[in-house]
Design a protein around this ligand. Structure first.
Ligand code: ADE
Length: 260
């Protein structure tokens, strides 16, 4: 997969401070300071033609809540697109609209998007966005999970955070070794650090043994056990050795016995 050397994020939102405050912390903040990523939050309200600054109105056909109007969104987008073009972009950036009605975001989608140079996010609020704006912007509709949030800002930040860590130079050398969240399609094993005993809870003896091979084997087994317990749906695609498959069969047999 081709991953770009840097990434420019553009966020169309009614709450630009929320985006900038969130993204300027921690690892993404460091990446912005280094120039590995850039984050620009554009206020949709700045583009309204409405003299009171409104950006929403009641839905045609009736119903609760307000709908974000097409005009400020489309004008905001066109101004942004023109600016991105002038900065030398050759292709039209992909536009992501955050909505619980979208395709569910996952690691492979993040990897695909990390190959882009510019990404535009459209954050909705109220009851939604006039469908014509989505048609005109040719949005990709994306959800971060089956639950409903108050707006698209947090989902946009979730996506940018996840994509950022795939951009070269964002994570340190040590951190990027761990670039696959689900190593071999399994959940992570448990981690421990000093002290050896905390509130009567001991670090598993094997981790203190200094026997690298045994530690690795224990960690893999822990990963398999956790995946079986918390995310059994991942197991059919997990990459397991013959021995590990036998270990998993043992766990499943135990489970069956326990269930009877
Ligand atoms: N907006 C509100 N809820 C959302 C979700 N779960 N994913 C993406 N955008 C949203």
């Amino acid at each position: 997969m081709l991953i770009c050397k840097y990434m420019n994020f553009y966020v169309m939102t009614l709450f630009p401070e929320m985006i900038l405050q969130g993204m300027s912390q921690s690892i993404t903040g460091r990446a912005m300071a280094k120039g590995a990523i850039s984050v620009e939050a554009v206020n949709i309200r700045d583009y309204t033609n409405e003299r009171h600054g409104h950006v929403d109105d009641a839905p045609y056909g009736g119903g609760a809540g307000m709908v974000m109007q097409a005009q400020p969104i489309c004008d905001c987008y066109e101004a942004l697109l023109e600016r991105i073009r002038r900065q030398g972009a050759e292709k039209k950036p992909r536009v992501i609209y955050l909505t619980p009605q979208g395709r569910v975001f996952d690691q492979s989608y993040a990897e695909e998007l990390a190959g882009e140079e510019n990404l535009i996010f459209l954050c909705g609020h109220y009851e939604g966005v006039d469908e014509r704006a989505l048609t005109l912007l040719e949005t990709e509709n994306v959800s971060i999970g089956d639950y409903v949030l108050t707006g698209g800002e947090l989902p946009a930040m979730v996506m940018m955070d996840c994509i950022s860590r795939l951009v070269p130079g964002v994570l340190g050398k040590e951190e990027s070794a761990d670039i696959e969240t689900f190593h071999d399609g399994l959940l992570e094993y448990p981690q421990y650090t000093r002290p050896e005993v905390y509130r009567d809870l001991r670090v598993p003896e094997i981790l203190l043994s200094g026997h690298h091979g045994n530690v690795e084997k224990w960690r893999r087994e822990q990963s398999i056990e956790r995946t079986l317990r918390f995310r059994p749906d991942l197991l059919p695609k997990a990459r397991l050795t013959e021995k590990e498959q036998a270990y998993l069969r043992g766990l499943l047999a135990e489970q069956e016995l326990g269930g009877n």
